[in-house]
Write a protein that binds this ligand. Structure first.
Ligand code: DHB
Ligand code: FE
Length: 284
């Protein structure tokens, strides 16, 4: 049977993708961000899974305000890189895993979570920046991502957004689905977005280091309690875009019920307008 080996959590700041794509990653400002991922790239090379289940949010690129799925699972064989207004990032298209994705959709929908099936879904910085941070950035034409990826898009852009509790319970349903897939696959679940940031309005530029560090502590040690936090508290404490952090609870819910091993923890301010947080948790 398939099993979940580890979970990875990281912010997805688009300027990080631009820094990589434009050859600016050696600049002092960006060096401090990328330094936090040196361990992670080595760790991923040594712990390459068979599939990554990547929880992220689309930023009105695949889905416009015409159609807003709360949860959409990518079931295609390939996902093109979205054009966010400056042309698609020069990274390889993302290969999917249609068999596992269809199995997870079947299992999770039968467990009463309403997923939208996405058979065509361009993926934006929400998905590609975490991949670049963890896998590095060789040229697109000579490179493939290290394994298939199942993109799982969560609406955290247009209210109403799903609660942390629902996200955590969805993670548990995803774990059950993976563990009932009849092939010996090692699967990682990644939760992306966050940490504290607000891109708009009078509080634009908001960062809350204390909240972020406490969130990391609680995510590791007591996710059940963390999952009780109401969405309004994310917005109040972590800014309007801080709500992206509910996606981390999907990945955490997919881990087993034992205390995970913290393989890596990193926190840095600033990267663009965002506090960058990053964790690697291994199942014990
Ligand atoms: C920034 C962060 C985001 O999460 C995003 O989607 C867009 C911009 C930023 O910090 O600039
Ligand atoms: Fe974002």
């Amino acid at each position: 049977m398939a099993r979940i080996t580890a979970s990875v959590y990281t912010s997805h700041v688009p300027a990080i993708g631009a820094a990589l794509d434009l050859g600016k990653s050696g600049e002092p400002y960006w060096q401090k961000v990328f330094a936090g991922y040196e361990f992670s790239k080595q760790w991923l090379r040594e712990n390459t899974p068979d599939v990554i289940f990547l929880v992220y949010n689309d930023h009105a690129n695949a889905f416009s305000l015409d159609l807003i799925p709360t949860f959409a699972i990518g079931c295609a064989a390939e996902f093109p890189i979205a054009d966010e207004g400056w042309g698609p990032r020069p990274v390889p298209a993302v290969k999917g895993h249609p068999e596992l994705a269809a199995h997870i959709a079947q299992s999770v929908i039968q467990d009463d979570f309403d997923l939208t099936i996405a058979n065509r879904m361009p993926v934006d910085h929400g998905l590609t920046v975490p991949l670049s941070l963890m896998c590095g950035q060789p040229p697109a034409d000579k490179f493939e991502w290290p394994c298939p990826v199942i993109p799982f898009a969560v609406n955290v852009v247009q209210y109403p957004v799903p609660s942390g509790r629902r996200c955590y319970n969805l993670g548990r349903a995803i774990r059950k689905a993976v563990e009932s897939f009849d092939a010996p696959l090692k699967v990682q679940v990644w939760g992306t977005g966050g940490m504290s940031h607000q891109l708009q309005g009078p509080r634009a530029g908001l960062i809350n280091r204390e909240f972020d560090q406490a969130f990391l502590d609680r995510l590791i040690a007591d996710p059940v309690d963390l999952a009780r936090m109401a969405h309004i508290d994310y917005v109040r404490e972590a800014g309007s875009e801080g709500i992206e952090l509910v996606m981390w609870l999907i990945a955490r819910g997919a881990m087993n019920d034992k205390l995970p091993r913290v393989a890596h923890r990193f926190y840095h301010v600033p990267a663009s307008n965002t506090a960058v947080g990053h964790l690697i948790l291994e199942n014990t």
